[in-house]
Design a protein around this ligand. Structure first.
Ligand SMILES: [Zn+2]
Length: 84
């Protein structure tokens, strides 16, 4: 992974356009009474693997998605943008 930032600073704010969710968690949270947000209900681990990046549901112990980098080394930006 590159040490030099490639993204503009504004990209370090919350820019998620499509959330990743466990379908089992989504099914369960839809039935909760009182309602709870999927964001609060989900318990996910996210991290690098030998192949790429994996998102894992800790609650159901299942793979949510495993992105295969196909051996490519992609730039990653680990700078932290503090927001109040
Ligand atoms: Zn789940």
């Amino acid at each position: 992974m590159s040490q030099d930032p490639t993204l503009p600073k504004e990209a370090l704010a919350l820019r998620i356009t499509n959330y990743v969710a466990c379908s089992k968690c989504a099914d369960e949270v839809a039935k909760l009474d009182p309602p709870e947000s999927l964001q609060n209900y989900a318990a996910m681990d996210v991290g690098f693997t030998d192949w790429g990046v994996q998102v894992w549901c800790r609650r159901h112990k299942v793979n949510i998605v495993h992105i295969d980098f196909e051996g490519q080394k992609l730039p990653a930006d680990f700078r932290r943008l503090e927001v109040s």
